[in-house]
Design a protein around this ligand. Structure first.
Ligand code: WT7
Length: 645
């Protein structure tokens, strides 16, 4: 199945913005004439002042720096809203589809959105937020999330969106790390008919860290605690807010947002993106990857709490004047047809989602899909994790009725937007392959041990050899960590953390993380984070966490836990520990398997041999490899014998 190649449909080759010949020509130009290429692409943005220097980048530790469009001045919010008003002020920007299909959908035109953003920007200012200040946003998938983000961008404040599924502890850590003095939240979120206690979570977080102000949007109308000194209702503040707000003039390299993401070590990193390069990059990739033209109905099903929501719900589509569906709910509520009912209801043409959702729906049978119409669909997208050929085939054959190309977009929080991806009018598709690099992106494979560049059809560690405009600029508050994490392993290159294979046609096949990061349902989880949550439990002395194959999630979380001497390792404690991790980090970190381990396999120098733990988690006992260097090889026998089935 995976050997099959799907050529570009004639109609796409003829009408798409980029056909195959154009792809090759522009890709070559982006590398041989970056000044000419990026000068042309930068015109998609309205600059207050044009840039003077395209790029100033060094990956050397001594003079490490990354900058693009230097000297350029712009406001990204004005690019997303103000400049559309004349031509498409009355065109829907966001069509909000609520969790409950019985609730009325809301449509916000560009004019509506602009008016709300201006007012909310003034609310922020009145509440003491200024240029460069960090604003924490902890909101569900409602238009107010986009409004809050754009309002920050308008006045030059730096937003830090925290996914509404994260726990109070995780929220507190993120507020503390970026020293934000304000949180924007809602009374509750709503997902699959179940309320999410956002305000209560904020209150709990603020027992650990202090902020001066909390702005609360009334979404479900639930009764929530309200601290009259600290808390402000969104609606009350809007009511008295001035309607006009001039967009702040921002430097191309002024920070736009921080988004926390898990790495292989320590606590989550605050990935920082800046303004000019990100604006060009999000807009350009959105236009070419989805072949987007204003008027088309586009739907990216990602949450704004992740980078996909930043680049492909908020900034990319709005800069491009798109009309998009924003969905509050989940794929299986009220039933497994929900995605496709939303497609039909709003006549969605372009649909972009994560493989985990597709796999979950695929298991429920084709009828949930086939009983819907879906004739509006023209293009499908996939993001967040490798899409297995079975899910690809199902997406293509059942959802898209073989009519819709699938763009399997590989990228990362760090890369800002799509890096390796098919273009629908240019790239023949190979199921499971993210295919070819975006303009300006130079992927390469290196030998994981030696760091040498590998040629031709081969596999290795995926690096990017030069900078691109949407590259992250630093880890907030820790520039050295930025260098050490991404540029120290393979000097001169950005290391992605992923492994990949390149075939004879130059197509890239991402094989997954090769560091200690697991990809659970398209979301990144650091094994170290889950481990540190576990060892915080008073009965746990040590923990080791690895990924395991999971039919729906892609990867699941397998935790090995050593308890304090004398502890009774029973099922009740197992459940308690699983709940503990959920509470500490959030439901996405819930261990799928928790095995009590009287001992962990360690080398004589005390290093845990994760390779062995991964094999046991994969139930691949015949490949445990050499265990003779272990301090105590018998612990492996115990783990194998007691692996929960
Ligand atoms: C990691 C980045 C892309 C934005 C959402 C996730 C994996 C992402 C693909 C893909 C194979 C993929 C990688 C990457 N990944 N897209 N199309 N095929 N793997 O962003 O949370 O920063 O995670 O997701 O392993 O490193 P993120």
């Amino acid at each position: 199945m995976s050997d099959e190649i799907f050529p570009v449909p004639d109609k796409w080759a003829e009408t798409a913005k980029i056909n195959e010949a154009e792809y090759h020509e522009r890709y070559a130009r982006s590398l041989t004439d970056p000044d000419g290429f990026w000068n042309a692409e930068s015109q998609r943005i309205d600059w207050i002042h044009p840039y003077e220097t395209l790029k100033d980048v060094s990956y050397d530790e001594a003079d490490f720096r990354i900058g693009w469009f230097l000297g350029g001045k712009l406001n990204i919010c004005a690019n997303a809203l103000d400049r559309h008003l004349e031509e498409r002020g009355d065109t829907p920007a966001i069509i909000w589809e609520p969790d409950d299909p019985e609730t009325q959908a809301r449509t916000l035109t560009y004019r509506d959105l602009h008016a709300r953003v201006c007012k909310f920007a003034n609310v922020l200012t009145v509440n003491g937020v200024g240029k460069g200040d960090r604003v924490t946003i902890y909101l569900p998938m409602i238009p107010e999330a986009a409004i809050a983000m754009l309002a920050c961008a308008r006045i030059g404040a730096v937003h830090s969106v925290v996914f509404a599924g994260f726990s109070p502890d995780a929220l507190a850590g993120r507020i503390e790390d970026c020293q934000s003095n304000i949180v924007i939240t809602a009374d509750e979120g709503l997902r699959g008919g179940k309320p999410v206690p956002l305000k209560a979570n904020v209150d709990a977080a603020l027992e650990k860290v202090e902020v001066g102000r909390v702005i609360v949007y009334r979404h479900t109308g639930a009764d929530v605690d309200f601290n009259p000194v600290r808390d402000v209702w969104w609606d009350d503040a809007i009511e008295v807010a001035a309607p006009l707000c001039e967009p702040e003039t921002m430097d191309a390299e002024d920070p736009l947002f921080i988004l926390y993401t898990s790495g292989s070590t320590g606590k989550p990193k605050g990935v920082l993106h800046t303004t000019g390069g990100y604006a060009v990059w999000a807009s350009m990739t959105h236009e070419y990857v989805f072949d987007y033209r204003p008027g088309q109905i586009y739907w990216c099903a990602a949450d704004v709490g992740w980078v996909t929501g930043h680049s492909y719900v908020v900034y990319g589509p709005l800069i491009n004047g798109a009309t998009q569906v924003m969905f509050e709910g989940v794929p299986n509520y009220p039933d497994h047809s929900r995605f496709w009912q939303v497609v039909d209801k709003h006549k969605v043409e372009i649909f972009y989602a994560a493989p985990t959702a597709l796999r979950a729906l695929m298991r429920e049978g084709d009828e949930w899909v086939t009983k819907t119409d879906r004739s509006s669909l023209r293009l499908l997208g996939s993001v967040g994790e490798p899409i297995n050929p079975e899910a690809w085939d199902w997406y293509h054959r059942v959802v898209g009725e073989r009519r819709c190309p699938i763009v399997d977009t590989w990228w990362q929080t760090e890369t800002g937007a799509a890096m390796i991806t098919p273009l629908p009018g240019a790239t023949a598709l190979k199921p499971g392959s993210a295919s070819k690099p975006m303009f300006g992106v130079q992927p390469a494979l290196v030998d994981p041990e030696k760091g040498t560049l590998l040629d031709g059809a081969t596999a290795g560690a995926l690096v990017i050899t030069d900078s691109w405009p949407g590259q992250m600029r630093t880890v907030y508050g820790d520039h050295d960590r930025f260098f050490q994490t991404y540029f120290s392993q393979y000097p001169g290159y950005y290391f992605t953390g992923d492994g990949a294979r390149r075939d004879e046609d130059g197509y890239y096949w991402i094989t997954g993380r090769i560091d200690d990061v697991i990809n659970v349902s398209g979301h990144r989880m650091g094994t170290a984070e889950v481990e540190s949550a576990l060892v915080e439990h008073p009965l746990v002395s040590e923990a080791a966490v690895v990924g395991m194959p999971h039919e729906v999630k892609g990867q699941g979380i397998y935790a090995y836990v050593t308890t304090n001497a004398g502890t009774d390792d029973n099922d009740e404690l197992r459940k308690e520990l699983v709940q503990w991790v959920r509470k500490e980090i959030g439901p996405i970190a819930t261990p799928d398997v928790l095995q009590f381990a009287p001992g962990l396999p360690k080398t004589r120098s005390g290093k845990i041999m994760r390779r062995i733990l991964r094999k046991i988690a994969e139930n691949d006992m015949s490949n445990l490899g050499d265990t003779s260097t272990l301090a105590d090889p018998s612990v492996v026998d115990d783990l194998v014998a007691n692996r929960p089935q």
